[in-house]
Design a protein around this ligand. Sequence first.
Ligand code: UT7
Length: 389
Amino acid sequence: MRSAPPRARRAEIIGWGMCVPTRVVTNDDLAQMLDTSDDWIRSRTGIAQRHIAGEHESSAQLAIAAARAALEVADANPREIDLVIVGTTTPDHVFPSTACQVQAALGATHAGAFDLSAACSGFVYALATAHQAIASGEHDVVLVIGVDCLSRRLNWEDRSTCVLFGDGAGAVLLRATEGPAGILATVLGADGSGGDVLIIPAGGCAMPLTAETLEQNLHTLHMNGQEVYRFATRVLPAATEQVVHKAGLTLHDVDVIIPHQANRRIVETASKRLKVPLERFVINIATYGNTSAGSIPIALCEAIAQGRIAPGSTIVLVGFGAGLTWGAVAIKWGAPSAEAAAPFYRHWWRRLLYRWAALRGGWLRTSRAVTVWLIRRTTRRDTYPKNLG
Ligand code: UT7
């Protein structure tokens, strides 16, 4: 008797969550400060409004809130997480990484953590990386977040870019499975020769910030919109077809396509090229604008909340962005939708864990400061003779 072939180990999404800043900026608000109009922005992009981070909001804060929501849906303990990957190009700091800030805030004490830089493709890249980490057997539970606060890197006097973007975060929790549901295939691509068409020139080590670079707005986003448009309308359908083929499926098998939300017209063109009806695409750009690495997981959360994704659905996530980069992930959905929320006492217990994580962080910081102080005192006493003291 022949034994059954070994089942593939893959990553399944078991929790999801999103967070956007509270402040909403409409097209009409922008028209009061720039030479633009609601009509131009809507007709050229599909955007009606965007959420913009306030002074006290940041990528890490949005990421932490989205991650907590994902843990609640999965009813998971943060100590189960063994890897945190954050796709972002607007981290709170150059270092420490946003992923480390998330790890500390959640109390994910058994997790490694790192940021991944692939601009608007950041979430898809992070998801594909997490899938490989799980499929290889190295990791069992991985938290993946896509977050950006590009509003901090926009020139608010440049109408050709600042009207396009918003801030936001989305997160998913992945667990190893040998069942039929989970990530079926991934595709990643890059063309670094197109790096200059979407770039923040200054602020890295090639062009450190100076009064001059600030004066010339080189620390803000610069884009050749038409070049990016051409690139996007080419790679979005191509990556979708490629990942579907790699998963052993056809486009007819795909129930929902969740594209990066950069421009409604890009999605319409992809729909025509793929000959897939527009109704099968998730489009929420009107509400959030382009939230960069946050856009796909935010659209995923909304599609789940609207009942567009159910156990057994086949979905494709497909993104593109600066780099140039692109990527797609095909998923067989397995998780029940959100009503399977945990009982109240579990929320309360998880909140206690977060409070404990904050206390633990504070305690570790204090004990490090005390240790340094003690070492300095001892060293001074040993190094200097008493009479020089
Ligand atoms: O995450 C990836 C990031 N980015 C993208 O995917 C963006 C891809 N590109 C696009 O979505 C489109 O190229 C844009 C929405 C950025 C621009 O749309 P377009 O149809 O390519 O417009 P355009 O750049 O050709 O500009 C047309 C006109 C120009 O005026 P003139 O030269 O024809 O007189 C612009 O100055 O529209 C003008 N314009 C505006 N007018 C009012 C540009 N921005 C604005 C604005 N309001 N905000």
